[in-house]
Design a protein around this ligand. Structure first.
Ligand code: HEC
Ligand code: HEC
Ligand code: HEC
Ligand code: HEC
Length: 196
């Protein structure tokens, strides 16, 4: 069953491929002590897409960031929280330029967060990637991404930002691992569940 879906997914992936977040960066970060005790205030399981027609999405944040789910090591915080690093780090990724809070000197890690949860500078994705038609809270305009040729501009709504961030990584894993439970991008119900 799985095998049939790959070509469809590959096509879908190519379409969005130009603005995928993990496309050209190392997937893994090696950090010592990642698996040990999580900060109490670190959200463990986050319900996303609350109120969406397709159904809400249960996202296990700690499994994704403690090394329980991994690529070739734990997943770096900045793999998802891309604004939580200084400009000097962002310079490595052609698509990324925005740091938040502006002028920050630190890169988000579990250690940084544990030492100073408030000062670590983590913002919710939705505060910038607002829903279609809504205004972002933290930045003046909705984030926009250019395709490879620099011709098409995509407005990164919450839907696009989350889908790209989540699917890019899952797709790579599904191509490289035989037995994986990563959701397939085309199987909406793998993530979106109607609340029972
Ligand atoms: C402080 C505002 C802010 C926050 C918070 C934020 N983003 Fe973004 N995001 C942006 C901006 C602005 C861009 C456009 C690129 C840039 O300026 O860095 C962007 C671009 C993206 C892209 C396209 C990147 C690429 O390589 O083409 C994805 C995917 C994305 N964000 C996902 C997320 C996810 C997931 C979260 C939460 C874990 C998040 N963003 C949090 C502002 C933000
Ligand atoms: C696989 C993606 C991913 C990784 C890796 C990740 N996070 Fe998150 N994180 C999220 C998402 C998605 C949210 C929910 C954002 C929202 O509500 O818009 C979130 C929310 C948070 C929040 C709550 C922010 C708020 O104000 O609501 C904190 C704090 C946080 N993450 C810290 C971390 C730290 C520290 C790491 C690294 C140890 C990390 N995250 C790694 C995706 C990720
Ligand atoms: C950098 C890589 C990466 C990113 C980004 C990522 N994931 Fe995952 N995800 C994984 C891995 C690894 C697994 C576990 C695969 C396995 O064990 O077979 C997984 C498994 C899952 C699963 C199935 C298991 C479960 O916990 O129910 C869901 C659902 C999921 N991810 C949702 C998300 C969502 C939603 C996002 C975006 C907010 C996201 N993921 C972003 C790597 C990632
Ligand atoms: C990897 C898990 C995952 C898969 C697979 C997935 N989505 Fe999503 N989707 C999300 C997340 C996470 C959000 C962002 C929710 C938020 O802003 O809180 C989202 C947001 C949306 C939204 C915007 C909802 C809103 O109320 O703002 C729509 C519409 C949507 N998805 C439709 C789909 C469809 C259609 C498919 C199948 C083709 C699909 N999704 C597959 C995780 C997924």
């Amino acid at each position: 069953m799985k095998r049939f879906i790959i070509p469809i997914l590959a096509a879908a992936f190519l379409v969005v491929g130009s603005f995928l977040m993990v496309g050209d960066r190392p997937l893994a970060q090696t950090t010592s002590g990642m698996a040990s005790g999580q900060e109490k205030t670190m959200p463990e399981v986050i319900i996303l897409a609350k109120g969406a027609k397709q159904g809400q999405v249960t996202f296990n944040h700690v499994k994704h960031n403690s090394g329980a789910y991994n690529i070739a090591g734990p997943i770096a915080c900045t793999e998802c929280h891309h604004t939580a690093q200084p400009k000097s780090e962002l310079a490595k990724y052609p698509d990324l330029k925005t740091d938040w809070p502006a002028g920050r000197k630190t890169t988000l890690t579990l250690e940084l967060y544990k030492a100073d949860p408030k000062g670590a500078g983590v913002a919710a994705c939705r505060d910038c990637h607002a829903r279609n038609g809504e205004k972002p809270k933290l930045i003046p305009e909705m984030p926009v991404i250019k395709d490879d040729r620099g011709t098409t501009l995509s407005v990164m709504t919450n839907q696009l930002a989350f889908h790209n961030a989540c699917d890019a990584c899952h797709f790579k894993i599904s191509m490289n691992r035989e037995d994986t439970k990563v959701p397939n991008a085309t199987e909406c119900w793998a993530c979106h569940k109607k609340a029972s």
